[in-house]
Design a protein around this ligand. Sequence first.
Ligand code: PLP
Length: 399
Amino acid sequence: MLMDNTTRAIHSPAVYLDDSHAESIAMTSAYDFHSAADAHARFSGEKPGNVYSRFTNPSVEMFENKLAALEGGDAAIGLASGMSAYLAIAMTFLRQGDHVLLASGIFGTTTHLFRQYFGQFGITATSVQVDDYDAWQAEMRPNTKLMVVESPTNPLMGVADLVKLSTLAKRHDAILVVDNTLLTPVLQQPLQWGADLVLHSAGKFLDGQGRCVGGAIVGRHDLLKPLRAYLRASGICMSPFNAWILSKGIETLKARMNLHEHNARQVFSWLRQQSDIEQVYSTMAADHPNRDVIQRQQTGHSPIITFKLRGDRDHAWRFIDALKLVSRCTNIGDAKTMVTHPATTTHGRYTAEEKQRHGITENLVRLCVGFESPADIIDDLNQALVAAQQPVETAVLVC
Ligand SMILES: Cc1ncc(COP(=O)(O)O)c(C=O)c1O
């Protein structure tokens, strides 16, 4: 057939790198069908195979399989972000009039999503202290359909006994969702302790270098099936490129989590010795109130360390602004050490009363320890502590 140049350019031979050692990225929105009957069979679900990347894509599937293997789940679903994973769970499993029970002090936007947006549709969300099991029990209602917990919580490193919470969830026929972003499956596998679904903000430790945003849900087939149907209808999908980055991140996850912990231990010990620091929060603390649960449930520690400076918000901000090596960044799980002021960033949506109730004080600072030399991180923290003691220079007005 004689073809126009444009047609020939579009249909020129394709290059498929079957022998490249790194996996190729399935950067495609759609798939070729062998015949009309093949298209029909794949669309109807009679025959497995990709149809459209809004709901299946080989690179996303690669990420899903790797994460499901690590978490010990039947399967996983990759989504656009951690928040879209919460959205999918709520849209799939909640109905008007339902109640959601949240652990206190979880990521501020998670609480905001349930309170503000699902509140618009007659869903109520209340919070209880993460390790107060009498309060969890007392707050369970006949219409409680979802329990959402981060363990450890961010930033105060509160820990939940997941076995106790899953027993409660089962008794009330509620779904227990555990956000495992801070520990990753290398350090904790919530499904093993009875969680129904595990959620990830995948752009954190799974990525490992702050390159992309992504989310994931891991669990049993019976719960994932309606979630995937919701993904197909809503389109909150993960991009193949992000899925590829996250898959490569998972390959180095164990090594990275070990190095994070190794460095964080040194920073933690140093912080505990500083007289300018009132309190340090980490699951590494030998005097953590839930030490026994940590030892049973976790196989290591998150490099997130939160501390209270002796002083007020100005003091905390002066400390943060004086840091030279540590990045001022609200993300977690990067090679670079990062610092944030939770009261005015990640938990800024909490009301004053909620901040007080959940311990998000103005002098609280959160660190996520990265891969720089611990001595260099400590040097930087040290000089910033000294700088934060200096009174702010007041400008002298000369008329
Ligand atoms: C523990 C936790 N869960 C969920 C989220 C939301 O994830 P994403 O930012 O990917 O939407 C975050 C975000 O920082 C988080 O820290």
